[in-house]
Design a protein around this ligand. Sequence first.
Ligand code: ZN
Ligand code: ZN
Length: 317
Amino acid sequence: MRRHYFLDEYTIIAAERGKRPSDFKHGGTVERSNPKTCPFCPGNEDRTPPAVAVYTDDGVFADGEERVKGWWARSFPNLYPAATPSPGTPTKEWVADFARGYHEVIVESPDHEGNPSSFSRRDLHRLVSVYRDRYIRRISESGVEYVSVFKNWGRVAGASLSHTHSQLIALPVVPPALKVEMDAITSAPRCPYCSFVEREASTERLIFENEKFVLIAPFSSMVPYETWILPKDHVSDLGGIDSRGLAEVLGEALRRLDQLLSGPPYNYMIRQLPDRRYHINIKIQPAISIMAGFEKNTGIFINTVPPEEAARQLREV
Ligand SMILES: [Zn+2]
Ligand SMILES: [Zn+2]
């Protein structure tokens, strides 16, 4: 069993179990829909709520009566939100105010068939810039304490539409897991993520690095082929990030995963806080193993691929 030394997470590394033939659903699981009926495709903009931000070569606009065309990304309120600006009146059964916030869908590209693992360098840079822009906008909103930015790719990873998109959920609270993490960070002598980056960069778990970022398979990987992207400098959130450097390493991570596992479904999650003590990190988790009874009962994951082995395969792709 491995325990992350400053996050309260345990993982069991069990390479033997990885030899079972039907463990993984590799490849072929990211199904495509018809672009004619796709609400995220150009020409179908009126099938979504008006966008709050439409990214074009001429600048960033908001949809009015007429929907803005000629975009390379657009962000609009989720039709099925997990958080809304004006929730119903709390009752005594509810946790009052918990779901007050914003839930946006970020369509990352007009290309129905594209996705970030095949994006050009320019498109990846645009994607990171959009994340940064939407994050800065929402975190500065009054009453917003946390902004979760994440991507689900493939149905089994939680995506309900196949056209490439990410989501942003702004919440009026800092999630409990982040609070636990912040407690550990503030009681450590120096930023544990900074120490982590320095140490892991010289181990066999390093997959790729550029001047500003590392891509590693973490020591306590919860799922097979999990990777983390971390800035080498102490940066708290997307507001202070080197977006070109991040675009490059995100592209490397997704391309390598795509090639090694034949286009697997996955999730990535950007964890950040507008607090100088926090160190932004992006966790990428392929959705190729199932969270079953033991994991749900204990919160402890059994990982059949040791991260050292995952890192070796991802380096050699
Ligand atoms: Zn589409
Ligand atoms: Zn740090």
